[in-house]
Design a protein around this ligand. Structure first.
Ligand code: G16
Length: 545
C-alpha cells in the first residue's frame, strides 16, 4: 500500500454552517472536494494521529464512497484505529456515544441531517471532537481557514474495506473495526430508562405506538430497541429500512414531511403515541392522537418530569435552550431552582455547558432534544423519555400530559414560519434592513403592544468565554412576547428566512387555542417590520411549524 501526496487547489465554499458542511451531492463529487475538507480536519486536529476515530453516516447516497476515502486518508495520517458502523451506518447520537465510551479522539459523521438525499439531493460531513459533540466554532473556523490555503492531501492507495462484515481488518498500519451500529447506543439507553416499565406498557395489549424512521438511519436502532428489546409488536416501526434516497422522502420529522405518521395519528384508529426521527437520528417528533407536541414544550415537560426517569432521578443541574426556542423550559428551571442558559442556534453551543456540569437537558425548537448522556441531540432518547413518562402515567394521554403541564406552568405559544429558497441577496438585504431598524424600534407600539428591546443576539460562553455574534434579530415586547428573524445555516439552495414567534398565556381557558391564532398579532407585526412581501415577493411562508 502506497502513501500518496495529491496536489490540490482550495474550494472557496467550505465554511461549515450551523452543523457541518452541507452541499448538493454533485458538489461533494467534484474531484478533491471531500478530500480537501478531510485533510483540513487532520491539519487542524493533529492529535487524531495515533488516536481512535469513529466514522459513520446516515446511509444516504455517497455515504459509503465518502467513508472509503476517509478510511484511506485516516490511515495516511497515522490514525491508529477506526470504529466504523456496519454498512457505514451510524446515527449522530450513536457516534457521540461511541466517542465517549471508547475514548476516541474524534469522529466524522457523513450526513446532511434532515435534508433530502439521493444523487440529486444533499450530502454533508461533520467533525465531532473528543467530548463526543460537534466541533465548536473555533474549530470549524480553523478548518475553514485551512481549506482556503490547502495545496496537497495525503491518502493511502489501497483496496476498499469491506464495510458489510463485522470484525477487524488492517489498512496500512491502522486497525479498522466494523461494528454493530446499535449495540453500544442501545446499552446506554437501557442504563437511563425504565425498560421494564416501558416493556409492560408496550405489551399491555391496549397501548399502541407508531415510530416512523423515514427510511433513514434510525430504522435499525428503533427495531432493535422498541420491537426486539421492549417487545413492541412487529410493525411498530414503519419505513424502517435505511435507503440511499430515503425512499424519495424528505427525512425531516415534522407534520409536513412525516406524512404517513401524521395520517395515522390523525386517523380514526390512531395509535396512542407517535414519533419520528430524521436522516441522522438526532431530531424527534412527538405526537399524541390528533395532537402535536411542540418541541419547546417537549423540552420543558421532560425537564419538569425528570424525577420519574431512573437516569435523571437525581443530579439534574440545569437546562439550556437555543435562543429561538420558547421560554417554556425557563419556567420549569425557575420552578426547580435550576439555572437556564440561552445559547445561539446549534447544538455545538451546549457542549461546554454540559462538559462543565452546568446543564443536564438541552433543547431546540428545531425538533432537537437531548441530555448530557451524549453531546448531540438524540431523537430516540427523546422518544424513550416520553415512553417512560407514559409508562409512569398509564392513564394519561400525550395530550393530557401536555395540558397538565400548561396548567402548572402556563403556555408559551410558539411557532416558526419559514420562507425557503429565497434569493440570497434579497434575504441579506432584508436582514440588513432589520439591523438598521434596531435603534428606532424600541419604544414603538403596535396596538396595545410596545417594543421593549431589540438586538442582534450575541452570546458569550460562560465556560470558555468565546463570543458568538449575529445569532438573530430579536424584537422583545413589554410582556416578553418575541419575534425573532434569522437566516438558516443548514440549507443548500438560496436562503431560508426563519421567523420565530412567541407569546405567553397563563389562563388555562385559553390554552387550547390554535397557536397561529394566539400569535396572529405578532405574525402581522413581523410582516410589517420586515416588509417581507415587498422584499421577498412572498405572500406566505412555505412551512409553518
Ligand atoms: C442543525 C443543528 C441544530 C439547529 C438546526 C437548525 O440541526 O444541529 O442545532 O437548530 O440545524 O439550524 P438552522 O436554523 O440554521 O437551519 P440538524 O438536525 O440539521 O443537524
Amino acid at each position: 500500500m502506497t502513501l500518496r501526496l495529491i496536489p490540490t487547489r482550495p474550494f472557496a465554499d467550505q465554511r461549515p454552517g450551523t452543523s457541518g458542511l452541507r452541499k448538493k451531492v454533485a458538489i461533494f463529487q467534484q474531484p478533491h472536494y471531500l478530500e480537501n475538507f478531510v485533510q483540513s480536519v487532520f491539519d487542524v486536529q493533529p492529535w487524531l494521529a495515533g488516536g481512535l476515530l469513529v466514522v459513520g453516516g446516515d446511509g444516504r447516497y455517497y455515504n459509503q464512497t465518502a467513508i472509503q476515502i476517509i478510511l484511506r486518508m485516516a490511515a495516511a495520517h497515522g490514525v491508529s484505529r477506526v470504529l466504523v458502523g456496519q454498512h457505514g451506518i451510524l446515527s449522530t447520537p450513536a457516534v457521540s456515544c461511541l466517542i465517549r465510551k471508547h475514548g476516541a479522539a474524534g469522529g466524522l459523521i457523513l450526513s446532511a441531517s434532515h435534508n433530502p438525499g439521493g444523487p440529486e439531493g444533499d450530502f454533508g460531513i461533520k467533525f465531532n471532537i473528543d467530548n463526543g459533540g460537534p466541533a465548536p466554532e473555533k474549530v470549524t473556523e480553523a478548518i475553514y481557514t485551512r481549506t482556503k490555503t490547502i495545496d496537497v492531501y495525503r491518502i493511502l492507495e489501497s483496496t476498499e474495506v469491506d464495510l458489510g462484515t463485522l470484525g477487524g481488518s488492517v489498512l496500512g498500519n491502522m486497525a479498522v473495526e466494523v461494528i454493530d451500529p446499535v449495540a453500544d447506543y442501545a446499552a446506554l439507553m437501557g442504563s437511563l430508562f425504565d425498560f421494564e416499565a416501558i416493556s409492560r406498557l408496550m405489551q399491555d395489549g391496549t397501548f399502541r405506538m407508531c415510530f416512523d424512521a423515514m427510511h433513514a438511519v434510525t430504522g435499525p436502532y428503533a427495531r432493535a430497541i422498541f420491537e426486539d428489546q421492549l417487545g413492541a409488536p412487529a410493525g411498530t416501526v414503519i419505513n424502517g429500512v435505511p435507503l440511499q434516497d430515503f425512499g424519495g422522502g424528505h427525512p425531516d420529522p415534522n407534520l409536513a414531511h412525516a406524512v404517513e405518521l401524521a395520517n395515522r395519528m390523525n386517523g380514526p384508529d390512531a395509535p396512542h403515541f407517535g414519533a419520528a426521527s430524521d436522516g441522522d437520528g438526532d431530531r424527534n417528533l412527538i405526537l399524541g392522537q390528533r395532537f402535536f407536541v411542540n418541541p419547546s414544550d417537549s423540552l420543558a415537560l421532560i425537564a419538569a418530569n425528570a424525577h420519574v426517569v431512573p437516569g435523571y432521578r437525581t443530579g439534574v443541574v440545569g437546562i439550556a435552550r437555543s435562543m429561538p426556542t420558547s421560554a417554556a423550559a425557563d419556567r420549569v428551571a425557575a420552578h426547580l431552582g435550576l439555572p437556564c442558559y440561552e445559547t445561539p442556534t446549534g447544538w455545538k453551543f451546549f457542549g461546554t455547558l454540559m462538559d462543565a456540569g452546568k446543564v443536564t437537558f438541552c433543547g431546540e425548537e428545531s425538533f432537537g432534544t437531548g441530555s448530557s448522556h451524549v453531546r448531540e441531540k438524540d431523537g430516540l432518547w427523546a422518544v424513550l423519555f416520553w415512553l417512560n413518562l407514559l409508562a409512569h402515567h398509564p392513564n394519561r394521554s400525550v395530550e393530557e400530559m401536555v395540558f397538565h403541564h400548561w396548567r402548572r406552568f402556563g403556555r408559551n405559544f410558539h411557532s416558526r414560519h419559514d420562507y425557503e429558497g429565497l434569493d440570497s441577496d434579497a434575504a441579506n438585504v432584508l436582514m440588513a434592513h432589520l439591523q438598521g431598524s434596531l435603534r428606532h424600534l424600541p419604544g414603538q407600539s403596535y396596538g396595545a403592544r410596545r417594543i421593549r428591546h431589540c438586538d442582534d443576539f450575541s452570546y458569550s460562553d460562560p465556560v470558555d468565554g468565546s463570543v458568538s455574534l449575529g445569532g438573530g434579530i430579536r424584537i422583545i415586547f413589554d410582556d416578553d412576547s418575541r419575534i425573532i428573524y434569522r437566516l438558516s445555516g443548514t440549507g443548500t439552495e438560496g436562503a431560508t428566512l426563519r421567523i420565530y414567534l412567541e407569546c405567553y398565556e397563563a389562563d388555562p381557558t385559553r390554552h387550547a387555542q390554535d397557536p397561529q391564532q394566539a400569535l396572529a398579532p405578532f405574525i402581522q407585526i413581523a410582516e410589517s417590520v420586515a416588509d417581507i412581501r415587498a422584499r421577498t415577493g412572498r405572500h406566505r411562508p412555505d412551512v409553518v411549524v
